[in-house]
Design a binder for this molecule. Structure first.
Ligand code: ZN
Length: 437
């Protein structure tokens, strides 16, 4: 039995509990006891469930800062992103993902959903291990001690009209849905690893195969991130991307629609009635000038909300989480759409569920022992009062306030340092240099 003693811990109420003893056995929480006498490893500050980053493309981390100058659109950004995609091999991808996931761990992320479409070698040829790139990602997550759901992504065509993959995109394609399914079947769940699925978008996956997508595990899809996708879908199919997914049975409670930026009221109702989650990625959406999803209307229609760091231009789930509320304020000219507790729930419990880890994201007995402690003596959080501590954290904390991270009872970050990766900034710099000299 391991024991952790949290100065404050958020157990779901509007205010955190104090002096909380968390006992851990075999990687799971055995007991949670507030007002307990000090015992075991002291966790100073506020302890929260671990963060679930529901949408990541690890390799985009190499683009940070390099795509932010000048003008352009999502589509010009995509050209730069493809240039990096073209250079990676299983070894350089492993190094880049390992460093990126280590950065995530330092920011309090204990579970990542990797939306993985960079499957094959340049030109689309298969590696000797057809899952060499996926295995690079799984190994990277294991190296840094966080959980991963590999959302292996079906990507078959370049345009809604069925134009073939060209240039760097050829690495993304398996040719047919059967070939994709056979390759993914070789990937297995393991300790800390779950295999999910994704369809890149209604642009990259034709209607004929949408009905073949799995419904027995997490299925993520980019939906209506750009108006151009809606227009192309309307022209080809006479309906919206949401409607196209719906009429092919691809929406359900195991599905997560990523972005959901440009939706009609009917689209939002369709997602909500299906119980489909929506993953918002505010830092990426604003960086790429995507537009603002109507998060309030999505939630009201019934969609659980989760968050992701997507392009990893920033890795900070506090920033993503407050972005949900603050973008909605800008769009609606009203404040207070969600409580701090509801926003934290999106980033922890609900996010983990959308990645197929319903047994984590809560500080309760039998849950996986994944939790994060924040320092409260930093310049951002100094002066916070217990009664409004959650608001202080949601609206002012950053990943730099994370002090300790525990995954499955194992401390992977201690005193703000990664236990398994000596020099995370150094690892990032050298991994990025290897792909963008
Ligand atoms: Zn994405």
């Amino acid at each position: 039995l391991l024991a952790f003693h949290a100065e404050y811990a958020w157990l779901g109420a509007a205010e955190p509990a104090t002096d909380v003893l968390i006992e851990v056995e075999d990687g799971r929480i055995a007991s949670v006891t507030p007002d307990a006498a000090p015992h075991g490893t002291r966790l100073k500050g506020l302890t929260l469930p671990g963060f679930a980053n529901a949408h990541s493309h690890a390799f985009h981390r190499a683009l940070r800062g390099r795509t932010h100058g000048g003008t352009g659109t999502f589509w010009t950004w995509r050209e730069q992103m493809y240039a990096v995609a073209d250079r990676l091999d299983p070894d350089t991808y492993h190094r880049l993902a390992r460093a990126t996931y280590a950065e995530m761990a330092l920011a309090g992320i204990t579970c990542v959903g990797e939306f993985h479409y960079l499957h094959h070698a340049p030109g689309g040829t298969r590696y000797a291990d057809p899952n060499a790139m996926g295995h690079a990602l799984l190994t990277a997550a294991r190296d840094v001690g966080i959980r991963i759901t590999l959302l292996d992504t079906l990507y078959l065509q370049s345009t809604v009209d069925g134009a073939p993959l060209a240039g760097p995109q050829r690495r993304f394609g398996d040719g047919t849905v059967d070939a994709w399914r056979d390759r993914v079947a070789e990937l297995k769940d393991a300790d800390g690893v779950r295999i999910g699925a994704a369809a890149h978008s209604v642009r990259a996956v034709p209607e004929a195969v949408l009905g073949a997508l799995p419904t027995d595990r997490p299925l993520h899809v980019h939906v209506s991130e750009q108006r151009a996708e809606n227009e192309a879908c309307q022209a080809a199919y006479g309906c919206s991307p949401t409607e196209l997914l719906h009429r092919n049975g691809a929406l359900g409670s195991t599905t997560t629609a990523v972005h959901a930026t440009h939706l009609s009221t009917m689209d939002r109702r369709t997602l909500g009635v299906a119980g489909t989650a929506v993953c918002l990625c505010p830092t990426t959406e604003r960086d790429l000038a995507d537009g603002v999803a109507h998060a309030g209307a999505l939630a009201q229609a019934g969609s659980p909300l989760v968050v992701g760091s997507d392009s990893n231009a920033v890795i900070d789930l506090f920033e993503e989480t407050r972005g949900v509320e603050l973008h909605e304020r800008l769009a609606s000219e009203r404040r207070g759409h969600w409580s701090a507790g509801q926003l934290l729930t999106a980033a922890t419990t609900v996010g983990a569920g959308s990645l197929g880890w319903p047994e984590t994201g809560l500080l309760v007995p039998d849950a996986l022992a994944d939790f994060v402690s924040l320092r409260l003596d930093t310049v951002r959080l100094a002066g916070a009062r217990p009664e409004t501590l959650l608001e202080s954290v949601v609206f002012a904390a950053t990943g730099a306030d994370v002090r300790d991270v525990v995954v499955g009872g194992r401390r992977v970050v201690a005193y703000g340092r990664h236990v398994l990766v000596d020099d995370v900034p150094g690892a990032l710099a050298s991994a990025i240099r290897a792909v963008l000299p």
